[in-house]
Design a protein. Structure first.
Length: 86
């Protein structure tokens, strides 16, 4: 079941996202904004709309879930190369 947040809880969540460090990008945004983004949470607000909260490179934001699904492209997981020392 999806969490339901009040307006005050949403603003608190945005503030905590804004204070978090950038990185660990999960999506690339296109069209509305461009650049990397990290999905933080997907919640329901009191009027019944589904909202996605995310962290961008220098900002925190919330989009309607339909826009997120349309404009955020999932990044392929980065392959980590193991180096050996001789």
């Amino acid at each position: 079941m999806m969490r339901k947040l009040t307006y005050n809880e949403c603003t608190s969540l945005l503030n905590s996202i804004r204070e978090s460090a950038p990185g660990d990008w999960t999506h690339d945004l296109n069209i509305v904004r461009s650049g990397p983004a990290r999905l933080i949470d997907r919640v329901m607000i009191p009027d019944g709309k589904e909202i996605v909260f995310f962290r961008g490179d220098n900002y925190a934001s919330a989009w309607p879930a339909a826009n997120w699904d349309r404009f955020a492209v999932t990044r392929a997981p980065a392959e980590v190369e193991q180096m050996t020392l001789f």
